[in-house]
Design a protein around this ligand. Structure first.
Ligand SMILES: Nc1ncnc2c1ncn2[C@@H]1O[C@H](COP(=O)(O)OP(=O)(O)OP(=O)(O)O)[C@@H](O)[C@H]1O
Ligand SMILES: [Mg+2]
Length: 222
């Protein structure tokens, strides 16, 4: 947490103390770093709050339009991973799902962030949605370093990062996937992945589609 805060403070101090001496291009660059690091910090705080269960009482399950919800967070990643191609290909007329929208966006944020973080600039992170039977399937596919078979056990563990040439260059606490799995399962979803070392990884998340009758039954019971 200290790293993003230190850089936010450092760049703000520099801008304030040397405003007249910095040209417009560098001002923009510094402000962009402040924005990026703030986003990182927000995600980190969200993850820590989830792990400490400090906000566990605030689940609000409602009808969520998955495509619209994903679409609203894509620009943030296009900004953050400017040199990547962050592409969203939604299935038309996707049924809605019964989700807590903040938690759903936290799931997507962790997966898209990993897709950008563990792949080289210039490559594509492709997010797709589709429905099959009474399931909604969301894929986050990258062309990055991939995950070795022997690291499978570490992937969803708390505070565990896997060594690769990009982990040493990037910031992370090894919390994202641990939390993602907890959140997905807390909303009756599943998470799996396919990966090929050096070629890329696809995370696959599924949720049941929104079922009006079942929701009615549940609310009558309670
Ligand atoms: N898409 C991916 N491609 C390759 N490796 C990945 C991918 N996603 C996660 N990993 C590996 O799994 C480890 C755990 O991921 P996780 O998201 O939990 O933590 P992190 O990204 O290191 O930190 P945080 O998400 O807390 O900022 C990462 O350190 C990385 O090595
Ligand atoms: Mg992560």
């Amino acid at each position: 947490m200290r790293t993003p805060l230190t850089s936010i403070r450092g760049f703000s101090q520099t801008l304030l103390s040397s405003w007249d001496r910095i040209d417009d291009e560098n001002k923009k660059k510094f402000i962009r770093i402040i924005e990026e690091q703030s986003n990182r910090l927000i995600n980190l705080v969200e993850n820590i709050l989830t792990v400490s269960k400090a906000n566990s009482g605030s689940t609000v399950m409602k009808k969520v339009f998955v495509n619209a919800s994903i679409k609203s967070i894509i620009p943030m990643f296009q900004e953050q991973y400017k040199s990547h191609k962050i592409v969203f290909t939604p299935q038309k007329d996707l049924p809605s799902a019964r989700l807590d929208e903040d938690k759903f966006q936290q799931i997507m944020t962790n997966l898209i962030d990993n897709g950008g973080k563990y792949s080289e600039p210039g490559s594509t992170v492709l997010i797709t949605t589709e429905s099959k039977g009474d399931e909604i399937i969301i894929n986050v596919k990258d062309e990055g370093v991939g995950i070795k078979k022997e690291d499978a056990d570490k992937l969803f563990k708390k505070f565990s990062r896997i060594e690769n040439h990009l982990t040493s260059k990037t910031q992370g606490n090894g919390l994202g996937l641990y939390i993602t799995k907890q959140l997905v399962e807390s909303m009756s979803g599943t998470i799996t992945y396919k990966s090929e070392e050096g070629k890329g990884t696809t995370f696959i998340v599924t949720f049941p589609v929104y079922n009006e009758e079942e929701v009615l039954k549940c609310s009558q019971k309670s």
